[in-house]
Design a protein around this ligand. Structure first.
Ligand code: NDP
Length: 290
């Protein structure tokens, strides 16, 4: 017996989630603000509702995948009465505080709430490598596992509805800074006639290999002792040559200068002989607060 599910929001991601449900045989009702986006899903077997109200009434489990926190309230506030007693799974990317606010809102309205952070692009949904992080109601997570597991690997972080968002954004922070570093490198070699494509072919295996260093940094950070032998020191990690070479190529230096500042603050505080992982302390203590 397959649970009936409603999906609100058929952007690139919402449509992929709905498609996986339809394929698995869940009676699936869909709604999107621009109605035309429901057409292909209806052709695949979904039912389209013309209003959020009708969509919510169709199922006990409501999945929301809209643009942002505001759009979630825009769609759900008017149908709160109809949501009462149902299960809400919100996989819209939001800040932790927004997830907590929605969980409190749901509790007031008598709605069981699970928050999700999607670590995948739409094409990956239901494929290997797709991972979705959840927090909020443990009961909803357990009950919904058969459905959630259709989308990717499901991980539950606890009752605090903000945790999945926090973890999601932390992983994205790592990704964006790495992407900026890659693009900085591409800009450095461009004046030498190297295409970004050529650079990407070298950068991808290099950066992949370098992720092997995470575990060592983590051990030092968790151990709290940056003097552990065998680490590359902060003094040795000066990015001056990199900054000079970037400037010499006539490109901006912000992406690299940011890391150099984190290093320099620790050197200035007298920790130059300690390990590179110590820049974690620069990050933990914002410069403005010192
Ligand atoms: P899209 O831009 O493709 O779709 C946005 C959706 O939100 C559309 O259905 C749009 O409706 C709807 N929407 C926006 N504002 C409102 C509003 N005020 N009222 C009603 N509906 C509204 O985004 P995605 O599908 O790609 O992303 C959806 C969520 O998934 C986002 O939070 C995103 O961060 C997250 N996500 C996306 C990933 C991706 O790779 N795409 C990866 C991981 C997470 P309409 O069609 O009418 O404009």
């Amino acid at each position: 017996h397959n649970t009936a599910v409603t999906v609100l929001g058929l952007g690139a991601m919402g449509a992929a989630l709905a498609r996986a449900l339809v394929k698995a045989g869940h009676p699936t009702t869909v709604w999107n603000r621009s109605a035309s986006k429901a057409q292909s899903l209806v052709a695949e077997g979904a039912s389209a509702a013309s209003t959020p109200y009708g969509a919510v009434r169709a199922s006990d489990v409501i999945v929301v995948c809209l643009l942002d926190h505001d759009s979630v309230h825009d769609v759900l506030d008017p149908v709160a009465g109809e949501l009462a007693g149902r299960t809400l799974i919100n996989v819209t990317t939001t800040q932790p505080e927004h997830s907590r606010e929605l969980a409190e809102w749901a509790a007031r309205e008598g709605v069981a709430y699970l928050d999700g952070g999607i670590m995948a692009v739409p094409e990956m949904i239901g494929q290997p490598g797709s991972s979705i992080l959840y927090s909020g109601s443990a009961d909803v997570f357990e009950r919904s596992r058969p459905l959630l597991d259709l989308w990717g690997e499901s991980t539950y972080f606890g009752e605090d509805a903000g945790l999945a968002s926090l973890y999601d954004l932390a992983l994205l922070a790592g990704m964006y800074v790495m992407f900026a570093g890659f693009l900085h490198g591409a800009a450095m070699v461009a004046p030498a006639g190297v295409t970004a494509g050529e650079f990407a072919r070298r950068a991808a295996p290099w950066l992949t290999a370098m992720t092997g260093a995470f575990a060592g940094f983590a051990e030092v950070v968790d151990g709290g002792d940056y003097t552990v032998p065998g680490q590359q020191s902060l003094e040795f990690s000066s990015l001056d040559d990199m900054l000079a070479a970037s400037a010499g190529q006539g490109i901006g230096t912000e992406a690299v200068a940011m890391v150099q500042r984190l290093i320099q603050r620790q050197i200035d505080a007298g920790h130059g002989a300690e390990g590179f992982a110590r820049i974690y302390e620069s990050i933990k203590q914002p410069a403005a607060a010192r």
